[in-house]
Design a protein around this ligand. Structure first.
Ligand code: NI
Length: 186
């Protein structure tokens, strides 16, 4: 396994629509299997929560998303959902704003409106078809990663650029605000 180089915003591969994989050949596609292993290693190394093919210069519809942690025993154990040829269905129009960052846009984050709930479909790495519901942060990661496959980066989904900035700066201001709240309680 190897850690792959991550494409940064400005590279044209991040603006292209990635190619659909032949779903009947997923398990036997050794190139794809190696790519998935390398993407898992790359994502673990980066400390991110999701990764899409074009971010590692692979023109393939494959994404990884950090799976929701349902219990405390999984603490520290990073599990990723692997989806090939993912599709999202939105039955609910409800959207919410939430902070997002991107390994292809290091150091920045922004508030992006996303559907709170969705149904996702696709194939796992053994070639089995998958269909499930997602909500909250996991649903947000899926939307962000599927967008990558369509050449869309999160700033292109933003509606209010006042909520866009350097992570260090935003984190410092949040820390100060939390400190002030604490002081006023005493
Ligand atoms: Ni991203």
């Amino acid at each position: 396994m190897s850690i792959l180089k991550i494409a940064r915003m400005g590279h044209p591969i991040l603006l292209e629509r990635s190619k659909t994989l032949n779903s009947s050949e997923i398990a036997s596609n050794l190139e794809l299997q190696k790519l998935i292993d390398d993407m898992v290693e790359t994502l673990k190394d980066s400390g991110g929560v999701g990764l899409a093919g074009p971010q590692v210069y692979a023109d393939k519809r494959v994404i990884l998303a950090m799976a929701p942690q349902s219990d405390d025993t999984s603490h520290g154990n990073t599990e990723f959902t692997v989806l090939i040829n993912p599709e999202l269905e939105f039955r609910d129009k409800e959207q919410e704003l939430g902070w997002e960052g991107c390994l292809s846009i290091p150091g920045l984050r922004g508030a992006v409106p996303r559907a709170r709930k969705l149904i996702y479909r696709g194939f796992d790495r053994t070639g089995r078809s998958v269909e499930a519901e997602a909500e909250g942060f996991f649903a947000r990661i899926l939307q962000h990663e599927v967008d990558h496959l369509d050449g869309i980066l999160y700033p292109m989904r933003m509606t209010d650029f006042r909520h866009f900035g350097f992570d260090e700066e935003l984190a410092r201001i949040e820390r100060e605000a939390a400190y002030e709240t604490e002081e006023s309680i005493e």
